[in-house]
Design a protein around this ligand. Structure first.
Ligand SMILES: [Zn+2]
Length: 344
């Protein structure tokens, strides 16, 4: 797998008419055949879809070194900020609202772990609510500007943080799980780290969503090559249930993720436009940087302003019919120990 020039603008194309290939056992259902679906520009691996559970993943899987290359320091933004001013403020307001929702019912002083905490937007929101907050992150550079109330663990694998069993009341993976190389190992470690009855909250893009199915190769939340796995919501639930976590609820609305995903995914379906151009425009670290030509910048801005209200309505409708572009699944640690050999 060679390193693409820009990790946001790589083209994705549908692979048509291919037959199933033999792959390593699926981490959800153990099936060893999958159908190639998407090819990624500049990358030898393809996204294949499990014939049984619908899990999407790269074949061949990237090495640890290749995965590290997917995350230049600039991916996280500098000094704890990632977006333009107004968008950054919105991100923080939404994070505070999410933190309220996620920690409902937790006792005062509960211990919360944010896996893949990045620049700590959620850690700050949790700390503001009075919880003892821990965060793990692969990159020390990513954690610049993290709230000093948080206890940080810099590690590439959750298991390597060496945290004691039964430590946490709640573990959150907020749009992180799809970036991790071994989802089954991670779920087993989460179960080990949770107190009995402790809560796990995982938000991921929903590979079985209407947005994913309608926009196909243009789907913003495919985010290749950083997203190593693409979970249909049924496969995510199955992975939890097979490994000692009981799913208690599923939420399909995200103001932060879903409407923007509609606008950018539809723009991505217009092949002559740069992929994820609107995201790149909003993601620039200063207003001095001028990506794209002036007419193209205006086109993206107009699409954003006109598209977002429609996208919000679409996102509400798809949430009601449980087809949200991203999904948050809440699960609790079951007392019964998972059977390590069981994959049903
Ligand atoms: Zn499978």
């Amino acid at each position: 797998m060679s390193k693409p020039t820009s990790l946001y603008s790589v083209r994705v194309t549908l692979v048509e008419g291919t037959s199933p290939v033999t792959v390593a056992a699926c981490p959800v259902c153990a099936r060893t055949t999958a159908v190639p679906r998407y090819a990624i520009e500049g990358i030898e691996a393809r996204i294949v879809v499990c014939e049984e559970c619908g899990l999407g993943r790269f074949v061949p899987a990237p090495s640890a070194d290749q995965i590290r290359d997917f995350y230049p320091d600039s991916y996280y933004g500098s000094t704890g900020r990632k977006f333009e001013g107004l968008v950054e403020s919105l991100v923080r307001v939404v994070a505070a609202r999410q933190a309220r929702f996620l920690t409902r019912g937790l006792p005062d002083g509960a211990r919360v772990l944010d896996v893949g905490c990045g620049r700590g937007v959620m850690l700050r929101a949790f700390a503001d609510r009075g919880f003892e907050v821990h965060g793990t992150e692969v990159s020390a550079a990513a954690t610049q500007g993290v709230d000093p109330r948080a206890i940080l663990h810099i590690t590439s694998r959750l298991a390597d943080a060496d945290l004691p069993e039964g430590t946490f009341d709640q573990i959150v993976l907020w749009h992180v799980f799809e970036h991790l190389p071994d989802p089954r190992e991670t779920i087993l470690e989460i179960r080990r780290l949770l107190k009995p009855g402790g809560k796990c909250v995982i938000a991921v893009p929903n590979f079985s969503s209407l947005q994913s199915r309608v926009t196909g190769a243009g789907w913003f939340h495919l985010d290749p090559p950083r997203h190593l796995y693409h979970f249909p919501v049924s496969a995510l639930r199955r992975l939890f249930e097979n490994n000692g976590l009981k799913c208690t609820s599923e939420h399909h609305f995200s103001l932060r993720q879903n409407p923007f995903g509609w606008v950018q995914s539809v723009l991505n379906c217009v092949f002559s436009l740069p992929r994820n151009g609107l995201y790149v425009l909003l993601h620039r670290s200063s207003s001095v940087e001028k990506p794209f030509s002036r007419p193209l910048r205006w086109l993206f801005r107009v699409a954003f302003i006109l598209g977002m209200p429609v996208a919000v309505v679409l996102s509400v409708i798809t949430a009601v019919i449980r087809q949200g572009a991203t999904v948050t699944v809440v699960a609790r640690r079951q007392e019964r120990s998972p059977d390590a050999a069981q994959i049903s």
